[in-house]
Design a protein. Structure first.
Length: 400
């Protein structure tokens, strides 16, 4: 059996186990016990007492990219890709045990995204496995709900995203949520074999203003991660267009550790919303003069059809938009959103010349219904003392 076949076999076995586990562990149902089957942007199965639940879903994101760039930035061409093609199972067993398995097939292989088991208590949840570290408002907002096709320059460069480890998180009402964990750097299959590459990551998010279920909201967040390293550390980013190469890149740095800080601000005021983050990376690399890199973004949006951007208090990130009127139902037109973003990234310090880049982005989003979105982005990228590039991006997205 070759490696690819073996991986598919493991994936199939894992999926079958996850699907059957809640049902196998549940007590036998009597004639009066009717499990509920319903559709809520995904298929849900739930026991009468809600002690057992299972959800199946996924997402498809189909992207078109058109580019015009200075030749010095490399050979960039128009193209199409399936940016994400994911399937997941998640559920709860005996009310207190959570599980999730999510795989992405867009790259031609089944790469692990979320693979974890958690224990829920009144004060929070302890989670074991492969999932996102507690860092960055934009990173912790699902790719289904971010405003632009790609995350901003500094979030790409600095946010640790998914790794394998243990963490605990919780919230206090609608006003505050927090998380803290220890993670090994892991590959696309959730595997880590380097005990020297460890991240200690924590985040706290506070909402001094929370009214009308988030229609008026103000968010302040702080994330910190301490990266211990044996060998190389690297920071780089694409120009917010996935089919493009990376214009700024530090290359591999001989570093012992790095400390990253992230300050988050966000507000929702009816149909208007705005968010911003500033991230800095202090690198412990004595032979390189202990360089510091940083970046920030500012973005804002407005719903022309009267909706407001929704926020999820359990994760401290933005959530699914629900149009006031679904397209095609009773003459509804769906929801329309205009957005603007400016992001900046500086990877130059001392002997390190990773580059400086600024991006200006305009976005138009149409939400025919809560599960479907058409996204159109224009991005102007400027690489200091190198060149410029313009991108026109289109995405059709459906999630279920």
């Amino acid at each position: 059996m070759n490696i690819t076949t073996s991986r598919w076999a493991r994936l199939t076995a894992l999926t079958l186990c996850l699907v059957s586990a809640p049902l196998l562990m549940a007590p036998a149902a009597s004639a009066d016990d009717d499990w509920s089957y319903r559709w809520s942007n995904g298929f849900k199965l739930e026991s009468p007492e809600k002690d057992f639940s299972l959800k199946f879903g996924g997402r498809i994101q189909a992207d078109y990219t058109f580019v015009d760039a200075d030749s010095v930035l490399g050979a960039l061409e128009d193209g199409f890709e399936l940016r994400r093609a994911r399937l997941f199972f998640s559920g709860t067993i005996y009310e207190r045990i959570e599980l999730k398995a999510q795989y992405d097939f867009a790259g031609g292989d089944a790469s692990a995204k979320d693979l974890y088991i958690g224990v829920k208590n009144d004060w929070g949840t302890v989670r074991f496995g492969h999932y996102k570290e507690y860092f960055s408002l934009e990173e912790l907002t699902s790719s289904k709900y971010i405003t632009f096709l790609e995350r901003s320059l500094p979030v790409q460069a600095f946010a640790p995203s998914r790794n394998s480890g243990i963490g605990f998180h919780g919230k206090k009402g609608d006003k505050m949520n927090w998380g803290l964990g220890a993670f090994y750097d892991a590959d696309d299959f959730g595997e880590s074999t380097s005990e020297d590459n460890v991240n200690i990551t924590g985040r706290i998010a506070f909402r001094p203003l929370w009214e009308d279920k988030g229609a008026r909201m103000f968010h302040i967040g702080l994330s910190v991660t301490q990266k211990e390293r044996e060998g190389a550390l690297r920071f780089r980013a694409r120009p917010e267009a996935h089919l493009s190469g990376r214009f700024v890149d530090t290359g591999n740095l001989a570093a012992d550790s790095a400390t990253l800080y992230d300050l988050e601000l966000a507000t929702v005021q009816s149909s208007f919303w705005a968010s911003a983050e500033y991230i800095s990376a202090d690198v412990d690399a004595p032979t390189l003069g202990d360089p510091t890199f940083d970046g920030y973004y500012m973005q804002l949006g407005y719903f022309l059809t009267g909706e407001h951007r929704r926020y999820k208090t359990s994760s401290g990130g933005f959530d699914r938009l629900k149009p006031k009127e679904n397209f095609g139902k009773g003459g509804g037109k769906g929801a329309w959103e205009l957005a603007f973003r400016y992001s900046s990234l500086d990877l130059n310090d001392g002997p390190i010349s990773g580059g400086e880049q600024d991006d200006w982005s305009l976005g138009l989003n149409w939400y025919p219904n809560p599960a479907t979105r058409l996204m159109i982005n224009y991005i102007h990228a400027e690489v200091d003392r190198v060149g410029e590039a313009d991108f026109f991006l289109v995405r059709w997205q459906v999630d279920f």
